[in-house]
Design a protein around this ligand. Structure first.
Ligand SMILES: N[C@@H](CCC(=O)N[C@@H](CS)C(=O)NCC(=O)O)C(=O)O
Length: 346
């Protein structure tokens, strides 16, 4: 276990999008860190357990000694912004900062449906992912043991596809949403290099995390990405390590540049993620175990997800905290994108 002056330790896995999100962010921010490749099923000895066992788990030194096991990448990013100065991933302009929050949330909560779906819904992808999940964790396992272990994990994950809303009816909605995201991302990278300018934001790292799997590991979605945009793959390979970038404040998009470029990504978020968030939050409020709605013109059904009801609340809280002029700017940007529904009544 490290001393408080040592690198910030975290436990994660190469196949975990949120682990990859945070590793790339730590590299960009030049925060000394040490990744422990492990899982909660086989955790490193002597480290505390977090209240919710998710990857990555960060081990923050406690003031009085010892370590605090902390999960959830979005608040951890904000904590790291307070504890480490410079090379911020949060735009200085409040309108851009709000967009950053929304896009990060979309990547973490919607794109991860794409990731889980592409990983397990088609046989060719599941046949690839099963062994990968084993070898990412246990490089020395024998082939004789790896086979049954991989079959076990694949069956468990395939049986859980319904949890994220992946089924025969929703497959087209999920897959076409990923294909459109690649096009929208390509256009942003082409103009500016990153999503919100010539420097990366938390939103870039969130998109990057999911795409380290979707665009590289899963054969079906990797093929879609390569056929649509090799630029996106080039961006991914760069975002992995941006420790040598020298960001300037002027590298964030101006409001004019933002107005001219962010529309297609907002259209995509409004098309799939906004209706999902609203239907899920309504179901949580009604105490329903599951819900049915329409997303992108097709039926959608899945179990309710209380955490994602909080995501909607947090988006609305971020909006409410903006000055009236900034709120008006966001409302203008959202008009006709479907994202306006997220702010109903505000
Ligand atoms: N909101 C969390 C999500 C983290 C998460 O869902 N991690 C996945 C792995 S990528 C996980 O640990 N799932 C539970 C499991 O694998 O048992 C974050 O942003 O860090």
């Amino acid at each position: 276990m490290s001393q408080s002056s040592g690198p910030l330790e975290l436990m994660g896995a190469p196949g975990s999008p949120y682990t990859r999100k945070m590793l790339a962010l730590l590299r960009y921010r030049r925060i000394p860190h040490a990744i422990i490749w492990a899982s909660h099923r086989n955790p490193p000895a002597g480290y505390p357990e977090p209240a919710v066992k998710l990857l990555p788990t960060f081990y923050f030194p406690k003031a009085g000694g010892g370590l605090d096991a902390v999960v959830d990448s979005t608040p951890i990013i904000r904590r790291l912004e307070k504890e480490h100065f410079g090379r911020s991933t949060l735009p200085s302009d409040s309108v851009l900062a709000f967009l950053n929050f929304l896009i990060e949330d979309y990547a973490d909560e919607w794109l991860t449906k794409c990731m889980f779906h592409f990983r397990w819904a088609h046989k060719a992808d599941a046949d690839n992912a099963g062994p990968m999940l084993i070898f990412w964790n246990q490089p020395t396992i024998s082939d004789a043991e790896a086979g049954p272990a991989s079959d076990f994990i694949a069956k468990r994950q395939i049986d859980r596809l319904y949890v994220v809303g992946s089924n025969r009816t929703t497959a087209e909605t999920i897959e076409s949403s990923y294909a459109r995201l690649v096009v929208a991302l390509d256009a942003l990278i082409r103009r500016h290099g990153y999503v919100l300018g010539a420097r990366p934001s938390a939103a870039d790292f969130a998109l990057y995390g999911q795409l380290t799997q979707l665009a590289i590991v899963e054969p079906t979605s990797a093929a879609i990405t390569a056929a649509t945009s090799r630029r996106v793959r080039g961006w991914l390979d760069r975002v992995e390590d941006l420790s040598g970038l020298s960001p300037q404040d002027a590298d964030w998009l101006s409001r004019d540049a933002m107005r001219a470029s962010i529309g297609p990504l907002l259209q995509e978020i409004g098309r799939v993620y906004a209706p999902f968030l609203l239907a899920n939050a309504q179901a949580v409020m009604a105490g329903a175990q599951s819900f049915e709605t329409t997303i992108d013109g097709r039926p959608w059904t899945q179990p309710t997800f209380p955490y994602q009801a909080k995501c909607l609340k947090w988006i609305r809280d971020e909006f409410s905290a903006l000055a009236p002029g900034d709120q008006a700017e966001i409302k203008n940007l959202f008009t006709g994108t479907g994202c306006d529904a997220l702010l109903a009544g505000l």
